[in-house]
Design a binder for this molecule. Structure first.
Ligand SMILES: [Zn+2]
Length: 238
C-alpha cells in the first residue's frame, strides 16, 4: 500500500475509534506494519488534528541504536523514529507485537470503558459467549500491571497475547490485533461488546461458562464460516 494511503487509513481508523465510542480522549493508539517498519499514531495529538505527515514511523529491525532526547525526562522514547512528532508512548508494545507476530499487521490500543473495567478488576474474560473464540481461544487474559510506556508492560502484554488476538492490561486498557486494520478494529469492538456482556452477566450472578469443547467447536465453525478465522499461529492451550 502506498505510504500516504496507509497513513491516511491509520488516521481514519483513529477517528473511527472515537465514533465507535471505544476510545477515551487521546488515550488510544493504532499501529500498522509498513514493510520493515511500523507507522504509529503520534503522542499527544488530538485525532481530529492528525495529518499523514504527523504519523510517526519506526523501524521493526532488531538492534536499533538507543537514543536519548533532551525533552524526555520520562525516558520513554529510546528508539529513533521518523516524523515531526513523538510516536505514541506505547510504541514498545506495538513494536514488540509486530516483531513477534508476523501474521499481525495492525494493532489497536484503547482504554474502552467495559474492557478497562474488567482490567481494573484484573479479571480475564472467560468463555461467557462463543464470540470469545474470535480472539483465538477460550479466554482473553489480563496482563499484570506495569507503568505505561515501559518494557515491562510490553513483555507482559506479549505473554498475555500468546495464542490470542486480544488481551487486557491491568488497571490500564486493552489491546486488539488484526491481520488487517479492519480486523483489528472489528476485534476491538467485539472485545468491548463481550466485556460489557460479561460485566452485566456477572451483575446477575454466576455466569455459565462454555466448556473448552464448546469453544473448540466454535473455533472450527469460525474457520468453516471463513469469517473470523481466529486461530493465531502461536495458539496454545494455556
Ligand atoms: Zn494506554
Amino acid at each position: 500500500m502506498d505510504d500516504i494511503i496507509t497513513r491516511t487509513a491509520l488516521i481514519a481508523a483513529c477517528q473511527r475509534l472515537n465514533a465507535l465510542g471505544i476510545n477515551q480522549g487521546n488515550a488510544g493508539n493504532i499501529s500498522l506494519r509498513h514493510g520493515n517498519a511500523m507507522l504509529i499514531s503520534p503522542s499527544g495529538i488530538p485525532y481530529e488534528q492528525l495529518r499523514p505527515e504527523l504519523v510517526a514511523q519506526m523501524s521493526l529491525e532488531p538492534n536499533q541504536p538507543a537514543i536519548t532526547i533532551p525533552d524526555d525526562p520520562t525516558g520513554i522514547w529510546t528508539s529513533p523514529w521518523t516524523g515531526p512528532c513523538k510516536p505514541s508512548s506505547e510504541w514498545r508494545f506495538h513494536r514488540d507485537i509486530l516483531r513477534a507476530r508476523p501474521e499481525i499487521n495492525a494493532i489497536v490500543h484503547t482504554h474502552a470503558i467495559f474492557a478497562t473495567s474488567l482490567a481494573i478488576a484484573r479479571r480475564p474474560i472467560e468463555a461467557c459467549h462463543y464470540m470469545i473464540a474470535c480472539f483465538g481461544g477460550h479466554d482473553v487474559r489480563c496482563a499484570p500491571y506495569a507503568t505505561f510506556g515501559t518494557q515491562a508492560l510490553s513483555d507482559y502484554a506479549l505473554a498475555a497475547l500468546d495464542g490470542r488476538t486480544a488481551c487486557l492490561l491491568a488497571n490500564h486498557g486493552m489491546i486488539a490485533l488484526g491481520e488487517t486494520l479492519e480486523r483489528a478494529l472489528w476485534r476491538a469492538v467485539e472485545l468491548e461488546t463481550i466485556s460489557k456482556q460479561y460485566i452485566h452477566a456477572l451483575m446477575l450472578g454466576q455466569p455459565h461458562i462454555l466448556s473448552r469443547a464448546e469453544i473448540k467447536d466454535a473455533l472450527a465453525q469460525f474457520a468453516n464460516y471463513g469469517h473470523a478465522a481466529p486461530v493465531a499461529k502461536t495458539a496454545t492451550s494455556r
